[in-house]
Design a protein around this ligand. Structure first.
Ligand code: FCB
Length: 456
């Protein structure tokens, strides 16, 4: 056994605090399939994935893991793995096919039954209201560039809470608004595929406004715990200007308004060449800064940056001219993401220091590797070692004072990895997309034991 500088072991046994919540995460468009069943309307991801050249190999979420039809089997799988919690998202276009107005009862029924089955299996449901699948008709009316979308989101949040609030305690408004805004509207890598930096900032604000309005709607309905999930990354580099610019656009542009009720002044200044921020109206920041009960943290890898004169801006970080990204000296996952578990410790400790008072839950962490089924098993030692190292990093953060309450592995099963299609496998359970057969990988069996003993 070796001991790290933080005092936590690199290989020996570790125990997490009593009541630490162990779970797995998925998202509606990535697993459900059944894209036209039971009155579901189209989402921006249906449109985008059907647009030639947008998603690898032309893959779509039409069938995905067929979870919509295999819900009960999948809940049994979760029970067999001993999951204490399951973080899933609701498909807004199943609930309101047009994004506003009439509610589709068959869509609501699906989540109603899912929640009941989870509870019967002893698995706590954690609901995410928006994991990127905006109803297409709302996009046709401007999407997240239109302020009205924020209001419609709050209506939808109220509808969901009215139906599930008697059985669901924990609600997450948005998943990773950074991706929705900067990938979806700022540079077009994700749906809806619009590509103007200014739109990225407008979308940030309307997403956050939608979050704040939804917090209000959920509270009005009596929701017990409300939060948001952000994709955060420590920024590593020697150049303080580059570090603070990227940290501003990746982390603080969301953390500060949600947890302090203000946009960071340096980010506002730097973005003035793209936007005059006139979309921010009186009272918006009070709405956005309404108190929350937990912050969901999605962590995969840090951002490594260096000053390099002449470097063009990264399309995903408007205004990042002269900054080179990447280059970390570390092994990589199949996504090409550097494996740097210490980043998770740094991030959690920083959040607890700079934004004290908000409990943290890791709502996503995991890795894609090129898995193969052999003789009915999937040996994925790289994933086991990724997860082991990141759990040790999370534990080290707790020892240093981070108020971390739980961990959700991404993902329960292989699924539609957005612009990468089905080529990247993040699941602890393997999915054969021809037969829809589920095979728990070694990492799933390992995780089951972690949960059983509440530690490593
Ligand atoms: C996150 C997304 C999630 C999944 C992982 C790999 O950005 O929230 O849906 O695609 O990345």
């Amino acid at each position: 056994m070796t001991t790290s500088a933080t005092g936590s072991s690199d290989t020996g046994p570790l125990t997490f605090p009593e009541g630490f919540l162990w779970g797995a995460a998925t998202a509606a468009y990535q697993i459900e399939g059944a894209a036209a069943d039971d009155g579901r309307g189209p989402s921006i991801w249906d449109t985008f994935s059907r647009t030639p050249g947008k998603v690898r190999a032309g893959h779509t979420g039409d069938v995905a893991c067929d979870h919509y039809h295999r819900r009960s089997d999948d809940v049994r799988l979760m029970r067999d793995l001993g999951l204490a919690a399951y973080r899933f998202s609701v498909s807004w276009p199943r609930i309101q096919p047009d994004g506003s107005g009439p509610v589709n009862p068959r869509g609501l029924d699906f989540y109603d039954r899912l929640v009941d089955e989870l509870r019967e299996a002893g698995v706590t449901p954690i609901v995410t209201l928006y994991h990127w699948d905006l109803p297409q008709s709302l996009e046709d009316r401007g999407g997240w560039i239109a302020r009205d979308t924020a209001e419609r989101f709050a209506d939808y949040a109220a509808i969901m809470h009215a139906r599930l609030g008697d059985r669901v305690e924990t609600w997450t408004t948005l998943n990773e608004p950074w991706c929705s805004a900067f990938l979806g509207y700022g540079c077009g890598i994700h749906a809806p595929g619009r590509a103007e930096p200014e739109l990225g900032f407008t979308a940030v604000h309307h997403l956050l406004l939608g979050h704040g309005l939804a917090v209000g709607a959920l509270r009005a309905g009596g929701a017990a715990k409300v939060g948001i999930t952000l994709n955060l990354a420590p920024v590593i580099g020697d150049d303080p200007v580059a570090v603070s610019l990227v940290d501003g656009l990746q982390n603080r542009i969301f953390l500060d308004p949600v947890l302090r009720g203000e946009y960071p002044a340096d980010v506002v200044e730097r973005a003035r060449r793209f936007t005059d921020w006139s979309f921010v109206e009186d009272g918006d920041l009070e709405t956005i800064g309404r108190p929350i009960d937990l912050l969901g943290v999605n962590y995969y890898t840090p951002q490594t940056v260096a000053a390099r004169p002449g470097e063009p801006a990264s399309p995903v970080f408007p205004g990042s001219e002269g900054i080179a990204f990447g280059g970390a000296d570390a092994p990589k996952t199949a996504m090409g993401w550097a494996i740097q578990p210490f980043g998770l410790t740094d991030l959690l400790v920083r959040l607890s220091r700079d934004y004290p008072g908000t409990p943290l839950v890791i709502t996503e962490n995991g890795a894609a590797f090129d898995d193969e089924v052999k003789d009915g098993a999937v040996h994925d030692p790289d994933r086991v070692s990724y997860l082991d190292a990141h759990l040790r990093a999370a534990h080290a953060a707790i020892e240093q004072g981070a108020d971390l309450r739980g961990y959700m592995v991404w993902s329960l099963m292989d699924n539609f990895e957005w612009a990468e299609g089905y080529g990247k496998r993040f699941g602890v359970v393997h999915v054969d997309y021809t037969t829809q057969r589920r095979t728990p990988k070694d990492s799933a069996l390992w995780y089951r034991d972690v949960i059983r003993r509440n530690g490593l």
